[in-house]
Structure formats: C-alpha cells, structure tokens
Write a protein that binds this ligand. Sequence first.
Ligand code: T5A
Ligand code: NA
Length: 204
Amino acid sequence: MVSHYPGRLIVIEGLDRAGKSTQCSRLFRTLEQNGRNVEMIKFPDRGTPMGQIIDKYLTDNTMNLSDQAIHLLFSANRWEQVPHIIDKLKKGTVLIVDRYMYSGIAFSAAKGLDFNWCKSPDVGLPEPDLVIFLDVSIETASKRGGYGEERYENAEIQSRVRSQFLKLKESNWLWIDANKSLDEVEAEVNNEVQKVLNNSTQNR
Ligand code: T5A
Ligand code: NA
C-alpha cells in the first residue's frame, strides 16, 4: 500500500534490543547521502510532556498507572506528532519511524488487554508504506547493551509481545532475522526500502 502523499512512511518495529534505533540511523544516513529529503521520528517521543510520563513509567517500576491509561498515553504521544508527520509527507519527506502503533498494540495486548480495544486509539494514524520487523531471539537480545533496565525487558513479556506482533503482520511487512550482523540486517533493510522508493517515484 502506498500513501497518497508524495512522502513515504517507513516504520521499523521489533522486540527490545532488536537493533531498531541503530538501523534507523543507518538508513537515515544512507538516504541522506543519496540526496533524499529524509527525517527520523521515534516513539515513544520522551521529549514531550506526555513522553516524560511515559519515560518515568518505563524506567521506574514503582510507578503505578493502569494498563489502559499508559496505553492511551502511548497512543496520544503518537497523535501529538500527526500534524508534523502529515506536513512532512506532503512535502515529500521520507520519514523513518522507530516504533509505531504496532508496538503500542503488541505490548499492551501482551499484558492481557483486549486486542481490538488496544487497536482502536491508533485508528486513523497515517498508514506506513513499509513496516520492517526486526526479529531477534530473546537470547540474542538479552546479551545486547543495557538489557533489563526498563519495565518490559524480560524474556516472558518479550515472548508474549512477539506473538502479538505476529497477529499484526500484513502484506506491507518485511520480517527480517535480526540475529544476523548489523551489516547484513542493514543490507536487507536498504534493499527493501529502495524498492518502496523506486515504486513511489514511478507513481509520482
Ligand atoms: N512501548 C513502546 C509500548 O509499550 N507502547 C508503545 O506504544 C511504544 C511506542 C521503550 C519501551 O516502550 C514500549 C516498548 C519498549 O519496551 P524504546 O524507547 O523504543 O521503547 O526502547 P529503546 O530502549 O530505545 O530501544 P530498544 O531497547 O527497543 O532497542 P533497539 O532500538 O531495538 O536497539 P538498538 O539499536 O538500540 O541496539 C541495542 C544494542 O544492540 C546492538 C547495538 O549496537 C546496541 O548496543 N545491536 C547489535 N549488535 C550485534 N548485531 C546486531 N545485529 C545488532 N543490532 C543492534
Ligand atoms: Na531504540
């Protein structure tokens, strides 16, 4: 599916420590070097007032917030960026998005909230042209830097989250084995993104 704006929305998803932020930066650099008008966005955006509550929730296990309330905050944290996202897409920017609604749904549904209820607050967000899912094994992820510091970083939660992601997978998803080296994953990402961008140039 290709959006009706000249820009493109590329989402990178995956479990914790799958390499999302690293691959987003690498993709950004490549596209920038190729002369593309490109920008990176990350969710949660911890820099806004809502993002600061989310950050506290993730880093402070003693903070009590109902599962529904934090779910809605994560979603609102995306909605607050929508005017900016649409503005950029209208200007032809390629937006690289580090986590999106899929993380929102998968993490909350993994806690036991109703799957369809979890989906509803994000209905209407700009649809991605491509979702790249970095699939890392829990063993590999747990050996990567900083693992275990935040609320959801344990094997049991991560494996439940992965099953929820599987339910969200659609035809515009690319599922990559993220246990491979950074360079191998990067090559696959570049390859697939290039296809989406070539496609959109033809359609313009
Ligand atoms: N969440 C998020 C919700 O519950 N609801 C929501 O709506 C949203 C949006 C924080 C938490 O919030 C939850 C999900 C999360 O539990 P976050 O801020 O995205 O989300 O989390 P971060 O801590 O920023 O990121 P991650 O832990 O998910 O890590 P990344 O970005 O996947 O991994 P990255 O690139 O930082 O890499 C981690 C380390 O691994 C190495 C890197 O060099 C780095 O040291 N690495 C590799 N090493 C070898 N081979 C590879 N292929 C490697 N890839 C990465
Ligand atoms: Na990250």
